[in-house]
Design a protein around this ligand. Structure first.
Ligand code: ZN
Length: 236
């Protein structure tokens, strides 16, 4: 059961990975805004509202940056209640990019900026081409093989397609640099969609910090926050 445990840990930290920006730990940065602890857990309705704004921006960004890529994102919600907070990005059998969220992730998030940042981050993994750079694992995929999705889009055809993606979920073990890359591009997408990635990335302040050694794949939370701060400062 080692791998399922590992995957669960990975999932718990989700809105997972990062970008090509190398963290400069010694660089002076603006102080973080205070964590929003008073917000209500987010709902599927909140997520749908975020999807309506973020998805077109993510697809536009995808077409601008990777004209040859399939940029027609499908966004699904894992229908099971027993999965930990997580989001992921994968490809279905036709090569269409799929972004999945578990219900627990909604409950773990405190505002739409956090949802938008997580969604943008996952879209960025696809745009940056991280999936082809990782190896798939049918074992890990089996865990998500029952994905039933209420599509956040959302139609019967989409739900059916979502059931076919389990076999590739296992590909999601990205490197720290991939995570930071996705944070950086994700921050730009969220910003363009009208959300605040500085507020969105604060989700990680409530999450367990993997420090420098968590499976060697997840960057410390501070690096992620600094990456987003730099990206937003550059964009503004
Ligand atoms: Zn990630």
């Amino acid at each position: 059961m080692r791998f399922p445990a590992l995957l669960a840990a990975c999932l718990a930290l989700t809105a997972c990975e990062v970008s090509t920006v190398t963290p400069q730990n010694d660089a002076p940065l603006a102080p973080l805004p205070s964590v929003q602890r008073t917000g209500s857990p987010q709902s599927l309705a909140d997520f749908r509202a975020v999807v309506r704004r973020v998805e077109p921006i993510a697809e536009r960004s995808c077409r601008e940056l990777r004209p040859r890529l399939n940029c027609d994102f499908k966004i699904v919600v894992e229908d099971r209640d027993d999965l930990p907070p997580n989001a992921y990005q994968t490809l279905d059998k036709s090569g269409r990019p799929v972004i999945g969220f578990t219900k627990a992730l909604f409950r773990a998030m405190r505002n739409r900026d956090e949802l938008a940042f997580a969604l943008s981050h996952e879209a960025a993994h696809h745009i940056e081409g991280h999936i082809p750079q990782t190896q798939s694992s049918a074992t890990a995929g089996a865990i998500f093989g029952t994905i039933l999705g209420n599509l956040a889009g959302l139609d019967a055809a989409g739900v059916e397609a979502a059931q076919n993606i389990g076999g590739t979920i296992g590909a999601r073990r990205f490197s720290k640099n991939f995570e930071l890359e996705a944070d950086s591009l994700g921050a730009r997408i969220a910003l363009r969609a009208g959300y605040d990635p500085l507020r969105g990335v604060l989700y990680f302040q409530r999450s367990a910090d993997p420090g420098d050694q968590f499976l060697g794949t997840h960057p410390p939370n501070g690096d992620r926050v600094r990456t987003v701060q730099r990206t937003v400062a550059a964009a503004r």
